[in-house]
Design a protein around this ligand. Structure first.
Ligand code: SME
Length: 152
């Protein structure tokens, strides 16, 4: 994790503990993450039944506001209950395109006591933008934002 990511974790800690509504706090966290280099678009999806529902984002709008479990890179993470990193989305047939600029993507689960609650999805306009350090950083973010998602 680099210095900018460490600073962002501190900012996320502060944002999550404010008195704002949950969706407002998630939008603020998304905006904070989007200020990091290479983090072009930031999306929080909540798992409702068998569908991922977009609840907050920063960056470009997406037509994919509802994604069935199993569809796309987001649905793959929900099905496998694991993080997914795609270095080149254009050569991955599972990828659900939102725009022509996105080159790479990372999806990290937000889990609670073994239950898949939600996920953080980051798009980058740079090829192979995300690695193990981003995964570790986003797992830290996931732990911080977990209380903003319903557990049942
Ligand atoms: N690319 C995702 C769809 C969501 S957008 O990136 C915001 C996917 O393949 O699941």
């Amino acid at each position: 994790m680099d210095e900018a990511q460490r600073r962002t974790l501190a900012e996320v800690t502060r944002l999550v503990s404010s008195q704002e509504g949950h969706v407002t706090r998630l939008k603020q966290v998304a905006a904070a993450l989007q200020r990091l280099p290479r983090y072009t678009g930031v999306y929080f999806y909540e798992l409702r039944g068998e569908t991922l529902v977009l609840v907050a984002h920063a960056g470009r709008d997406t037509e994919h506001e509802h994604i069935p479990v199993g569809d796309g890179i987001c649905g793959l993470s929900a099905r496998t209950r694991d993080a997914v990193i795609v270095e080149d989305v254009k050569s991955d047939p599972r990828y659900l395109a939102c725009n022509l600029e996105t080159q790479s993507e990372i999806v990290v689960p937000i889990m609670s006591a073994g239950t898949y609650l939600a996920q953080i999805d980051i798009d980058s306009d740079h090829r192979a933008a995300f690695g193990a350090a981003d995964r570790a950083f986003l797992e830290g973010v996931a732990a911080l934002v977990r209380p903003l998602f319903p557990t049942a």
